[in-house]
Design a binder for this molecule. Structure first.
Ligand code: ATR
Length: 278
């Protein structure tokens, strides 16, 4: 008798992708929820992205995570998209549904869950400062504005990019743009989020020191086994708390897992098991 057992395939596509923790996280989710599935690391160069996604689909793929640098490109490739992916202009999760590609973006909700649920940060009426105005920023502005902050200011080295995002999002909530050295001194911030990629290159740009008080919560979307440059900067300047984005990583993964499998894993033990609950 020739019986073929097929396990549902998932994976993360990026370039490079070898550093990704997603396989570990999804394996822990699968064990916890008793789901039979496999999750692979898929290194795919930008020019091969379309072909690689279709091939993964043809060979039993059920879903994909998409990471740097492919998130915006995949937003152009999918057949259908969630509202939050459209707002973000980026897709970090694909579900293959009856031959069609459905794109979602779970980054924003992942950040909100980490802030609200894991860390107990209240965003209603809060003053929020985001440093950086690239793809990562665009992915989180919509969900942050839905929490009804008093103001969300975007500070960026290149003012035009911050202004572009303000023009795009000002119909959703109160947003403003400026350069790092133009952040108003008298404007107190409850939350500062680093969404620049400067730390990846070991850089610490001239972030606005005056924006931090002893009540400011600092959150770096980047994470590492060692303290990131922004986290170190925040600590040195007296922030109330300085957190790296491990929680967001695990929470966005949980939301993707839920989309694919219909089950929401418990994230707390996974954060603990990874020994990264900073
Ligand atoms: P991502 O998708 O990670 O957001 P991106 O779209 O390339 O990547 O955006 C990177 C962000 O980090 C931008 O806001 C960039 O500032 P500019 O718009 O001025 O380029 C910011 N960034 C990267 N390196 C930086 C540095 N050394 N100093 C200041 N900002 C930096």
């Amino acid at each position: 008798m020739n019986e073929t057992v097929t396990i549902d395939r998932y994976g993360v596509m990026g370039y490079p992708v070898s550093h990704s923790r997603s396989p570990v996280i999804h394996r822990l989710f699968a064990i916890q929820t008793g789901q039979e599935m496999q999750y692979e690391l898929l290194q795919v160069a930008p020019e091969k992205l379309d072909i690689a996604i279709r091939q993964f689909q043809r060979t039993g793929g059920k879903g994909l995570n998409i990471t740097v640098p492919h998130k915006s490109e995949v937003a152009r490739l999918v057949d259908q998209m969630s509202e939050r992916a459209r707002t973000a202009g980026a897709v970090n999760t694909i579900a293959f549904r009856g031959g069609e590609l459905y794109g979602d973006n779970t980054d924003g909700i992942g950040l909100l869950r980490d802030l609200n649920v894991n860390l107990g940060v209240n965003l209603e009426d809060a003053g929020i400062l985001i440093l950086g105005a690239g793809g990562a920023t665009r992915g989180i502005i919509g969900p942050l504005l839905e929490m009804q902050p008093a103001l969300l200011r975007i500070a960026n080295r290149t003012i035009e990019k911050a202004q572009y995002l303000v023009d795009h999002f000002e119909k959703i909530g109160p947003v403003a743009a400026c350069r790092f050295d133009e952040v108003p001194v008298a404007e107190p911030y409850d939350l500062i989020i680093n969404a620049t990629s400067a730390g990846l290159h070991g850089d610490t740009p001239p972030y606005p020191e005056a924006a931090i008080t002893e009540n400011t919560f600092c959150y770096d979307l980047s994470y590492g086994l060692n303290t990131t440059p922004f986290s170190a900067w925040a600590r040195e300047h007296g922030a109330k708390k300085s957190i790296m984005g491990w929680g967001m990583l695990v929470e966005q993964a949980a939301e993707s897992f839920h989309l694919w499998r219909g089950i929401r894993p418990d994230t707390a033990p996974v954060l603990k098991q990874m020994h990264i609950n900073a």
